[in-house]
Design a protein around this ligand. Structure first.
Ligand SMILES: [Fe+2]
Length: 182
């Protein structure tokens, strides 16, 4: 029997995008699972982390990203908020927060305002340990076809985060220290 998370994703994605989002979800779940094991988290938390890793990008179904088969109308930056809406509607409010809080190392109200992002003005930084672990693990994986299973190096992740400011790099470095070595 298929897992309920995969069935749920199957209701929102078709064809190419479905395969990519599921494969990406498993890649993130794999690394998040390694971190959870290293931190000796309780089984209930590990299970939540696996579920939410699989579902964290469900909002991609409503954005415009033809390169990954997403044919929605919204900007890609909105996929976290849209994912939150979907999972709240489906009755998973805690998984929903993982969606909203996984962009980069998290978006502050100041980020949203100063960059003029089309997002509600609320704090979107990961708060709970599961939220932080999934956000961290997601940084190491791309959704581009052919790159899905390739884990980036920490140096590579830092290079990508650099342009968003020293404060973002600092959050990553703290996570790397706490959740690594990768
Ligand atoms: Fe992701």
């Amino acid at each position: 029997m298929a897992r309920w998370e995969i069935e749920l994703l199957g209701r929102y994605f078709k064809a190419e995008a479905r395969a990519l989002i599921i494969a990406h979800g498993w890649a993130v779940a794999g690394l998040a699972g390694k971190v959870s094991a290293r931190l000796a988290l309780p089984e209930s938390e590990r299970s939540f982390i696996e579920q939410a890793s699989l579902l964290h990008d469900i909002g991609v179904c409503r954005v415009h990203a033809p390169e990954i088969g997403a044919v929605g109308e919204h900007d890609y930056i909105m996929h976290g908020v849209l994912g939150r809406e979907i999972l709240e509607m489906e009755g998973f409010p805690l998984h929903a927060l993982v969606c909203e809080r996984h962009t980069g190392v998290g978006l502050t109200v100041e980020d949203i305002v100063s960059q003029g992002l089309p997002l509600p003005h609320r704090d979107m930084t990961p708060q709970s340990l599961p939220e932080q672990i999934i956000c961290f693990a997601d940084l190491f994986y791309s959704k581009k076809a052919g790159r899905i299973a390739v884990q980036k190096s920490p140096v590579n992740v830092r290079q990508k985060l650099e342009r968003f400011g020293a404060d973002k790099l600092q959050i990553f470095d703290i996570w790397l220290e706490r959740f690594g070595p990768i």
